[in-house]
Design a binder for this molecule. Structure first.
Ligand code: LLP
Length: 452
């Protein structure tokens, strides 16, 4: 039997394994829907990024929003990660996971007073400030606490990262960051803000970005800005290049971490600055699959629907961004593509994007490879509750377990209880061991805090 793998998920004798453990056994033991994480993939990705950016002093701040479960943060902390947060709740999680506030940076356009106080009291490394109004507020709060707030200005470089409109952040029409003219004015006036220490410049272009050129363009703009504006009062000793590195969801080309580093490092090096990066997806994305059980296979006379027990509340990315997640049964007589994601052989298993946009699939026959097209859908009462349209998979039977791949980033962290569905359990595999890192929610947890 051919072996197929992505990260530490591989088919062995026709059964999907995460590291040393069968996904089928995990589904049986812990139920579905179930998020299954590979510890080895998390560590491997983190270390690969560290190696790629080794040439200059770099703090890797894992983007908590991408995958915020405590045990995941703990693995990354243990390997030396700092954290990129966007809320007081994420800061709470970082601290609970033993993360170091001194290696934590705080982005977001709407930090509240309470969140600013919390971050100042925990003495985080810096705020990534997104507006003049926010900076004034941080100054006032820091003064009232008798503290000095360390900050970076998040610039909006107006560079197009060529990604989904909903996840583009570095263009001038986006709400994020500060335009260069306003940033200049802020820096000139910084003397009037004695409780602010301006440590650096920050940016984040969007996510995922499959081309390194936007990074190069943005870094060149940052380079010019910093050379013009640094002073003893505003040393600008840190450059934060954000996150956004792409991962393989299907057989697309993804630049290596070294290629991203090559676009970023030379500018930071010329400035003699320290670098901060905020990767999320590239560490966690392919570190998990979502296992889901086939409840029914439905033939409406026109096409097939494979109805599974995971829904858009568990993994919202396809509904929200039309995103592609490879899907395959965990037990499959039909060998999966030789290399699930990167081989050209995989092409025959991925139908083209334009095909996927069609809702009308009239091909009701098995194709030559014994696969059959169906819409893979969840039980939620919305037509957008669909993981894949007209996807070719081996014809499923009731009770079969399917794996939705590349579910580690923006998977569980975006899950909700919509349709009053308790959120899935999460397990982490480490070699031949596994453990529950988040218990499946119960009906009782659904109404927790509600008052009749
Ligand atoms: N830094 C900042 C300021 C960010 O806003 C983000 C992501 C990151 C870092 C991490 O980006 P990453 O390395 O993970 O690409 N929910 C969407 C993605 C939203 C990204 C939001 N910001 C999705 O599922 O594709």
């Amino acid at each position: 039997m051919r072996q197929s793998s992505i990260g530490h998920f591989h088919y062995h004798s026709g059964i999907l394994h995460c590291e040393g453990i069968s996904a089928e056994l995990l589904a049986k033991e812990f139920g579905t829907p179930l998020y299954v994480y590979s510890r080895a993939t998390l560590v491997q990705q983190f270390q690969a990024i560290r190696t790629a950016f080794m040439e200059i002093p770099t703090t890797i701040c894992f983007s908590v929003k991408s995958c915020s479960t405590l045990a995941i943060l703990d693995v990354l902390r243990e390997n030396g990660a700092g954290f990129d947060i966007v809320s007081g709740g994420e800061l709470f999680r970082v601290v609970k996971a033993g993360g170091d506030p001194r290696k934590t940076v705080y982005s977001g356009v709407g930090k509240t007073d309470a969140e600013i106080v919390q971050a100042l009291e925990l003495d985080i490394l810096m705020f990534n400030v997104e507006s003049e109004a926010e900076l004034d507020n941080i100054q006032n709060i820091a003064a009232s606490l008798g503290r000095v707030a360390t900050v970076a200005l998040r610039l909006n470089p107006d560079v197009d990262p060529h990604t989904h409109a909903k996840t583009t952040t570095g263009k001038k029409e986006n709400k994020f960051g500060i335009d260069f003219a306003s940033a200049s004015r802020i820096i000139h006036n910084i003397a009037q803000q004695p409780n602010i220490r301006l440590l650096g410049i920050d940016l984040h272009l969007g996510s995922p970005i499959y081309d390194v050129n936007p990074y190069r363009q943005a870094m060149e703009k940052v380079y010019e800005f910093v050379t013009q504006h640094r002073s003893p009062r505003s040393p600008l000793e840190y450059i934060n290049a954000g996150g956004g590195y792409g991962i393989v969801y299907r057989n697309q080309k993804v630049p290596s971490f070294a290629a991203y580093a090559d676009a970023i490092i030379p500018w930071v090096k010329k400035l003699g600055c320290r670098l901060i990066i905020e990767p999320g997806r590239s560490i966690a994305g392919n570190a998990a699959v979502l296992l889901t059980k086939v409840i029914y296979d439905k033939d409406n006379g026109h096409k097939y629907f494979t109805i599974v027990d995971a829904g858009m509340n568990d993994l919202v990315r396809p509904a929200m961004y039309d995103s592609y997640h490879f899907c395959w049964p965990v037990r499959s007589a039909e060998p999966p593509p030789a290399d699930l994601f990167s081989s050209h052989l995989a092409e025959s298993y991925f139908h083209r994007e334009d095909e996927e946009k069609k809702t009308d699939f009239s091909h009701r026959d098995l194709d030559v490879s014994g696969l059959r097209r169906s819409d893979i859908v969840g039980p939620i009462c919305e037509s957008s509750d669909c993981f894949a349209k007209g996807r070719r998979i081996p014809p499923p039977n009731r009770g079969d377990i399917l794996a939705l791949f590349s579910a580690g980033a923006y998977g569980f962290s975006m899950a909700s209880t919509y349709n009053s569905r308790p959120r899935a359990a999460e397990v982490m595999v480490d070699g031949d061991h596994c453990r529950v890192i988040r218990a499946r929610e119960t009906y009782a947890s659904l109404i927790n805090g509600e008052i009749l």
